[in-house]
Design a protein around this ligand. Sequence first.
Ligand code: UN1
Length: 507
Amino acid sequence: MNALFSMPIAEEAAGLLKRLEVPVASFSGGNRAVRSPITGEVIGEVHDQTADEVAAVIDLAHQAFLTWRKVPAPRRGELVRLLGEELRGAKADLGMLVTLEAGKTISEGLGEVQEMIDICDYAVGLSRQIFGLTIATERADHRMMETWHPLGVVGVISAFNFPVAVWSWNAALALVCGNSVVWKPSEKTPLTALAVQALFDRAVAKFADAPAGLSSVVGGDRQVGEALVASNKVPLISATGSTAMGRAVGPVLAARFARSLLELGGNNAAIIAPSADLDLTLRGVAFAAMGTAGQRCTTLRRLFVHESLYDGFVERLKKAYASVSVGDPRKSENLVGPLIDKASFDGMQRALDDARAAGGKVSGGGEVHVAGEGYYVRPALVEMEAQVAVVRRETFAPILYVMRYRDLDEAIALNNDVPQGLSSSIFTNDMREAERFVSATGSDCGIANVNIGPSGAEIGGAFGGEKEPGGGREAGSDSWRAYMRRATNTVNYGATLPLAQGVKFDI
Ligand code: UN1
């Protein structure tokens, strides 16, 4: 047995937290037990914040914003560069902590930290690229331009499945844009959040003159999130998680005219067309559907296979499903780790029961006994005759519904005929089909890919989706604009006062 597995997970987590310089008092003796999904054992006891404590954190963040907005953007970028350096140095430890707390494989835990490093690099460049337009005006001796200004305190609510990367997509951009940040991580994954806060604090110490409270973590459950969402001192909430959470958050923000950046549930599809390279397709489907134990918002959940390939391809897929190794995510041979908890396991079994009742043919999906109280399942492949209700809802677990299609119009209609429009793919070598899929009459999703699966996006593009996912865009492209307020400035450098649209008002 490898030394790694001879040590209790709690001890291993404590060792990592210590190396990451997280104060012991913040993860021991608290009211909330944190369990590793690997075995269900308790790996920390964190303290929930009270509503008053949350209010005090927001007040401090607001004060920090008032100072930070005056720091030139490229200098703000220097802090994010230092954060990126800390993340590089701590990649192995933080990645392992993600594995212990969220149950991701080591490769995926490391990948998540890499995603943080990537967005830091991106944000450093952005800190010298924040720009507005000048626009031709209809009036002589006038100039019209737009300027972009910091917004204020940005609230970040994140989910267990990307316990650290989602914060970084938001925080790296928010910080270079001149905002402060208050982060409410999932109550299932507070330890990784504490570790990220320790790394941020180290970057701040090297930066020397960052205001106190520039980025903070507030721990707890729903009440803490509600206090953040209700605060008038928080002009933008970026919330990643379930559609149910978004339905609770969205109206509160709308009622106080605050901004929301929502990244909610997905129900992503792939189309396998007759000309597809099937070896490549098989790998793309396997990673997108089974990777992260089906617990990505971008996980592939619906597969439309052309009728000419259906039998052969589904046979190959079944073999891949039966052979994938499920187990302790710390062992590199395992590609599928645990589900986050029992509720998630039960939700998966309910969906499979519903699928059977609707005539679905289920392979896999059963429990795999690995260790202690860990909930491990064999990923499920479910052949369906039609896109019935259970297929149209998101179940956050490794279930792939497989259906036949006859022509591309039908496949695109099926791709779009769900309440969620996050991510989508087509596997084809037919240029017309590929272009059609990414055109205005193709996929209605925020992400539409060709010959790669729907998950595993890079940070350079804008990330997010339409309909139930909530319409938010994070990470690259011009997503930074969501974290700033735009001012249109018209400057008259002449000696007369012509009014726009030729209006006369001579007094
Ligand atoms: C999520 O599951 O909340 O595209 C985000 C991906 C990752 C992000 C997933 N880069 O799969």
